[in-house]
Design a protein around this ligand. Sequence first.
Ligand code: FRU
Length: 688
Amino acid sequence: MSRWTAPNLIAIAALLVAATAPASANTLAHRAPDAPRGPKATGPVNPGFETGDLTGWTATGDAFGPGAVSDTDTYWGGPFHHKGRYHLWGHAAEGDDATGTLTSSSFAAPSRMSFAIAGGWDPDRLYVALVRDSDGRQLLKQTGMDDEAYVRIVWDTGRWRGQAVHLEVVDRKTGGWGHINLDDVRTPNDPVGGDPDQDDNGLTFRTLGQANQPTGHQYAADALRPQFHYTPYQGWINDPNGVVQFRGRHHLFSQHYPDAPLWGPMHWAHADSPDAVRWRELPIALTPAPPATPTDNSGIFSGSAVEDDDGNLTVAYTRFTDTEAHPGAKPETVEIATSTDGVRFGAPREAVAEPPAGSGAGFRDPKVFRDPADNRWKMVVGSGDGGRGRVHLYASDDLRAWTYEGVLTEGDESTGAMWECPDLFPLGDDGTWVLLYSTNEGGESVQRYAVGSYDGGKFTADRHGVLDGGGDSYAAQSYRTGDGRRLMTAWMSDWNVKEPTRVNGWAGAQTLHRELFLRPDGGLGQRPVKEADTLEKDTIASVKDKKVKGGWRLGRGDTARLKAVLDLNATTADTVTVRLKAAPGGAEATELRYRKSAGTLTLDTAGSGYGTADSYTTRVAPAADGTLSLDVLIDRSSVEVFTGDGEALTARVYPRYQESDGVEFAADGGELHIKSATLTAMGSSWSD
Ligand code: FRU
């Protein structure tokens, strides 16, 4: 399958546009009579649709009828975040199936411009383009992100400064997400922000958009791309797969679709690392057959990896077959494939040809492990039936021939109808076993754990918990390292999370690797993998015994680690807040609030910027000496919080402004006593 890059897209688009007529005077018939004309105009007429109609814009087709200018504030997923009263909502007039174009009046290209975009992702059929009047050449283009909420794109247009140009909004897509939204085109008036009259609070927009992304792995240039977390160079990732230490190196595979920042026919991306924090990209490990039909989503779903008895790397995964494209096929089977060099895999072999009875909701995500009880290979597979999630167990002597051993364990109606990505492993040295699974409970993606015992056939839970108290992680998978640690990583997102990074051509990240341990209270604890310390660079700021009333800023850090010890005994405020990715003046921030009287820690993304606005609360126990320790990893569009007692809260956040990198403390109705706090810059996981 072909890869796309920004220059490619522009080239393709230029070809498409060459066939269409450039805007001419008579296509500007709706322009307001007093509007400045032609190349002298500093911007398009009616740049934010604040006339409430299409004044100044010319439509073809039916996608952008008069009803497309809308004053609707919210959609099914929350607020649009448009500017002013009106915006161009490509869905409002004629829905997804309508197609058409909308052309602005002509204006002189400024050196920079910006606009807010939303709607479907499809660089060929849905986009806003900057077009030169003289030859109709498409100079720049930007597609949406399969979300209705606006994200601001900044274009560097200096090369064409002064030339007569216009905007073209193109909708050639029908069906789901077949529309595009546009608002608040800014040409002369502070296109990158800073204008208090435009409600920017004097702040500067981050430079987002496909046109700004360099080719190659120059990750530092992408304002939203985590620097010390695994992300795909382009396209989409979800679940971590096949995590294993093999011949000393840590391997990380990921569910991956290389051709779009959207879920699609699944491949396995591959990276390896000497230390579980510095990653090297390897070739795509597993590739599905070419789609049989345009909508064929068949692919290679989640699975696991082990070092096999021959010392090679064997992976087991779900072969998913889209039965609409392949009538009569089994939708989910288990296959294995082996690599002798840890990079290239041989032909797959079928391991389980069909699901066992009682798999009505699905049968996928095999996790293979060596069972210490009988020294055989075992495999857990996620499933569900009759509204309850369950896990099936298989056994094998050679990883090839598998026998069904029965249901390992199952849930009740409260824990989701299908358990995905099960993982079963011993932890500690007292015979304790842990089960992880991911599920959907009433529309929410949740990762759960159970601590208990395993007798070679059944798992019995003594204790249940939520694996991550934040909202944005899913499909965790663990492995044992050579030095006996149990490391885990998860998809740092889930099926409900908005992915504004799509405007930069990619979506999805994996969490930092974490070490799992049993807490004194019997629950499952986690802490950042100790090798993360080796990414630490300079100290940005450090304090001891600091008393805070109201608010106080420790320093600025966007790719940084905050370690703080709060003395709760000496703190008189009931609620203390750590504000991360905070803009000066409070325009945006991600808040971490501890409430002493309730013993709860809340991660609040309601004011974080673009992305999902939410709030997640978990119970946290202070240490015996009355201190609360926080270890917070901040990485451009992610925040991972670890508490001293082993809780973790993970969220994706997408700030709008360049200045949103403050780390601040605040106390309400009293004083906060910070025993110590250190903010340290973190280095990159990528060698280039
Ligand atoms: C979990 C999951 C798995 C499946 C994979 C497909 O996020 O739904 O059950 O194997 O994603 O990409």
